[in-house]
Structures are given as C-alpha cells and as structure tokens.
Design a protein around this ligand. Structure first.
Ligand SMILES: *Cc1c(COP(=O)(O)O)cnc(C)c1O
Length: 409
C-alpha cells in the first residue's frame, strides 16, 4: 500500500482541544473561583459543590474530591486500613496508579487472572487468590466495561471482603442499571487529562459507608479533624486535596458528562456494526447486565486468521495516522521493576518482606488469561468528538489493514 492511496483524517485527540470539551463554561467557572480569592477547598465552595453533585448523580451518601485517580485509590485502600503484609487482590492490567497505593499502605497486591475476552477480573479468578490475609479486592472496570459485579459482590459478601471499584475509565457505566462505583464498598474515579471528563489532574471517591467516608475525608486532609471540638492529626495522612481551580473545572465538566457518555456509546455501536464480518476481528464483548461507556474501544484480532495479529493491524493503521496501542500495556504490571526488583523504601523491600511467598509469585505463566488478553487486544483511541465520518474512516482502515495482512486485498 502506498501513502498516496490512503486518505487521512486527523482524528480529535484527548490530549488537546480537538478532543476535549473545555470551553466557555470552564473558563467562567475558573474566573469565578479566581476572583473569589479562595483557592483552597477547605474554605471555598466549588469542591464542596462538586462533591455534593457527584454524590447526587451516583445516588450515594458521600463523595470526596482529591488530587488524582491514584490519590482516590490510595484513600480507598487507606480507609480499609490493612495491616502491613495484608493482601489486596487486584488485576495486573491496570494503571500503576491503582497499584502503587497498595504498596504505600504496606499491603501486598496479589494479582488475579482476567477473562481474556474482557480483560476484566472474574469472581472465579479472585476466589482462587483469597487467603487468610486478604483484606480487600480492587476491581478495574477496564476501558469502561463493567466487571461481572453480581458474582463478584456475592463472593465479597460470602467471604466478608470489601470491594473497591476503580472506575477511572468507567464514568457513566452501569451494571444491572446501577452506576459502577456504587456496587462495592468504595468507588474511585480519575479526572486526568485523558479520561471521559478532565481537570488535568484530579480524582473522586464515593461510598455509602459513613465510617469509610470519614476515614477517606480525613486521609485527604492530613487526617486533621476540621470542625471537631478538639481537632488533631489523628493518623498518618498526606494533603490529597483538590484545589478550587480544579473543582471549578470539574463542576463545568460534570454538566457535560451525560452527553459525553451518550455520544461515546452511540459511536461505539456504529463501529460495532461497521466491523461485523471482518474475518478474525472481534468487537468488545459487553455482558447482558452491563452498559460499557468506552473510555477506549478495543478490538481483538485472532492471529490464526489475521497474520501478525494486532501488531500487524496497528502497523498498517499508522499509515492512516490512526495511532492504536497493541496490548494496551506492554506487559502485565507485575513485570515492572517496582515488583520484579521490589524497589520500594530504601533497600528495605518493604512491604514485600512481609509477604507470603505465594502472594508475591509474580511469574507471568501464573496468569495465562492475562497473557492471552494482552496478546490479542488493540486499543483504538476513542472520543465523543469523533464524527460519523471519523468512525467510518476507522472502520474502513481496519478492514483494509486486515485484508492486506490476509493477502486478499
Ligand atoms: C488513570 C487511571 C488511574 C490513575 O488515575 P490518575 O488520575 O492518573 O492518577 C487509576 N486506575 C485506572 C484504571 C486508570 O485508568
């Protein structure tokens, strides 16, 4: 295929204005925040209003804003309050921001396998990892596609282990009609640049549990008991607050979230239809109880049908200036040096030094589903500002690329 044959379209990108919904509303809100002269959330009203609105939107008792999605997961893990060496079962196909907080709280991430079709944890894979030291389960609704939460919550109740839902990629997603983030004990969200809605950096946590809420609120605020009769720093905690500037942007972004989600779902349905019948290519699997809200749109390519698999498709798509990511993350998170070399605090290797050997068995062959999942996926950038023509362009490019690889073009 020569370059001249390829018509290119510049797709909107979530890294700049072309693919973000940042405009007059955000500017007005930030101006108001600046002119108020109060930029800390401890005294201002933007972050407080954001927390109220986000709680209302999800139908939960408590929501708190914080500095990032990583901070949100840290708050959640801290609220569970594991003893050093306790175990938290999670996935290795996620952002490091969902894993580092576990180590910072002195707990051990234990990696359960995923369903290769969805790249999500399952109740069965989680159950296989439960030990006497399991303190919590962190599930990630990857790419915006909810995990099978009925089975996971049944397991959680039976074994009395709380579930933290990492919804950084899953704004607006639902399971059995309920928003993700409200099914487990705690839900966490990220407002980082590339998420559904953004403040550049930012995060949110939600819960219906008063005690967990209190702990998370304190954890965001150096554990200082604001408003208490005799406040003190009650335990070890950092300043994880969101500033009023971000709070103002977040409030304006929240107003746009429903439209963002609706459009992403609509466009994904269109791409689903257009990719039907391409040999060896499968579209995202969405369970009957789930609404997937497409942070990214992932296809799978069967190597036995599409020579070179997703790597080959990605290479050919680059000729169209469509920049996809085969494997999503190059390697499962436990293959990173922080786990393989146990690089944590000085030379101590804490908390790995406290772990059961089976809990820190970070060999890839233990997780065949994870390896298969990463081997077969191709992450296609997704954006609510795509037009129908953009989606047609992506679909045609995928079809042509697969045909070229199959040699029947
Ligand atoms: C983005 C992301 C995070 C971390 O959020 P930050 O705001 O970047 O700290 C955590 N978990 C998942 C699944 C993410 O996609």
């Amino acid at each position: 295929m020569t370059d001249t044959m390829v018509t290119k379209i510049k797709l909107p990108s979530d890294q700049d204005a072309s693919g973000r919904n940042l405009g007059a509303e955000e500017i007005a809100a930030v101006s108001e925040a600046i002119l108020s002269g109060t930029l800390t959330s401890t005294k201002g009203r933007f972050v407080k209003t954001l927390e109220q609105r986000f709680a209302e939107r999800l139908g939960v008792k408590h929501a708190f804003a914080c500095a990032s999605g990583s901070a949100a997961v840290h708050c959640a893990v801290a609220a569970i309050d594991p003893e050093p060496g306790d175990e938290i079962i999670t996935t290795s196909i996620t952002d490091m921001g969902a894993l580092a907080p576990i180590l910072y709280q002195g707990a051990i991430p234990v990696f359960a396998d995923v369903d290769p079709q969805t790249c999500n944890l399952t109740a069965k894979s989680i159950e296989a990892c439960i030990s006497e030291r399991t303190k919590a389960i962190v599930v990630t609704h990857l790419f915006g596609n909810p995990c099978e939460m009925d089975a996971i919550m049944r397991l959680s109740r039976e074994r009395n282990i709380p579930v933290i839902e990492d919804c950084a990629q899953a704004f607006g997603a639902t399971y059995e009609g309920k928003p993700v983030g409200t099914l487990g004990a705690i839900g966490t969200f990220s407002l980082q640049q590339g998420k559904h809605v953004t403040t550049g950096e930012g995060g949110l946590v939600v819960t219906n549990d008063d005690a967990l809420a209190r702990h998370m609120y304190l954890f965001i605020n150096k554990a200082w008991g604001y408003g208490d009769p005799k406040p003190d720093h009650y335990f070890l905690a950092l300043n994880y607050r969101m500033s009023e500037l971000c709070g103002a942007v977040a409030l304006a972004q929240l107003e746009k979230l429903d439209a963002v989600v609706r459009r992403r779902v609509e466009l994904a349905a269109d791409l689903d239809r257009r990719l039907q019948g391409i040999p060896g290519v499968s579209v995202p699997y969405v369970g009957p109880k789930s609404v997937h809200t497409y942070w990214k749109y992932c296809i799978r390519a069967d190597k036995s049908v599409v020579p070179e698999g997703v790597g080959g498709v990605a290479r050919l798509l680059r000729e169209y200036d469509i920049f996809t990511v085969p494997r999503y993350i190059e390697k499962p998170a436990f293959m990173c040096e922080v786990f393989q070399k146990q690089r944590t605090f000085g030379k101590s290797r804490f908390p790995f030094t406290l772990a059961r050997p089976e809990a820190i068995d970070y060999r890839p062959e233990r997780l065949p589903g994870t390896l298969e999942a990463l081997d077969g996926i191709l992450v296609i950038p997704w954006n609510d500002r795509f037009s129908e023509a953009d989606v047609r362009f992506i679909a045609d490019a995928i079809r042509n690329s697969v045909e070229t690889l199959r040699g029947d073009a």
